[in-house]
Design a protein around this ligand. Structure first.
Ligand SMILES: [Zn+2]
Length: 235
């Protein structure tokens, strides 16, 4: 059973499980807070547990905010965008014709803008471009790994997700990937692809799942650590 509580300004997903002790996590990429609790513990006890750990939670969440004082992107000339773990300066250019709004070339990311284009419009153009980049990189990786896994996914969705890098609907075989992955080094995307495909044979994160991961990608634990250590590059 999963439920949500609020402690001061912090929303907490609470999951009751057959475990012995309460367990608190602050997760990448956006610092979502999750508690796993034994089935016999009351919501009031979970609330007190979270309240007692608020300072720690806030400290963890700071790590996901990027360098101190970093402002959100305004999509202006000279700002830095990340693609596959590398920084690129953003350059604005007048948009001509019906070509793509965003292009990578000459070591920079060029965003074609119309007169009076709003920050929201630019943000949407860049987000759509990241989704395209991610889809273009993910599809060949999925095709590469499906034979080793012996299952095929049915559908790929790319979207911003608050608390997860990817997900797999084992009932219909659909896989979702977090757009943020396009900003990370490519081996981290490959790890998430393999992880979600392995869910097509084993839905939970049990020992069978881990054995498959180790067989297919021996260094997967290292990649998982790397992925969860860094907060969003900038988003
Ligand atoms: Zn999983």
């Amino acid at each position: 059973m999963t439920t949500q509580i609020q402690v001061e300004d912090i929303l907490v997903d609470v999951q009751f499980k057959r475990i012995k002790r309460m367990n608190l996590r602050v997760q990448a990429p956006h610092g979502a807070v999750r508690v796993s609790a034994p089935a016999w513990v009351s919501l009031g006890a979970v609330q007190r547990f979270v309240a007692a750990n608020l300072a720690w939670i806030r400290k963890q969440q700071k790590r996901f905010e990027g360098p101190a004082g970093e402002a959100p992107l305004r999509y202006l000339d000279g700002e830095t965008l990340y693609l596959w773990g590398r920084p690129y300066p953003l350059r604005l250019a007048p948009r001509r014709g019906r070509g793509p709004a965003v292009q990578l070339g000459g070591g920079e990311i060029v965003l074609g803008v119309g007169t009076g284009s709003s920050r929201q419009k630019r943000a949407a153009q860049v987000a759509a471009w990241y989704r395209e980049q991610l889809r273009g990189a993910a599809l060949p990786l999925i095709a590469k790994w499906e034979p080793a896994i012996g299952r095929r996914m049915s559908r790929l969705a790319i979207q911003q997700m608050k608390t997860r890098w990817g997900s797999c609907n084992t009932a219909n075989g659909a896989i979702r990937l977090n757009t943020e992955l396009a900003k990370r080094p490519p081996h981290l995307l490959e790890y998430v692809v393999v992880h979600e495909l392995v869910h097509l044979i084993e839905p939970s994160h049990n020992q069978v799942f881990k054995d498959h991961m180790t067989r297919l990608m021996p260094q997967w634990r290292e990649y998982r650590r790397e992925l969860n250590r860094a907060g969003p590059v900038n988003s």
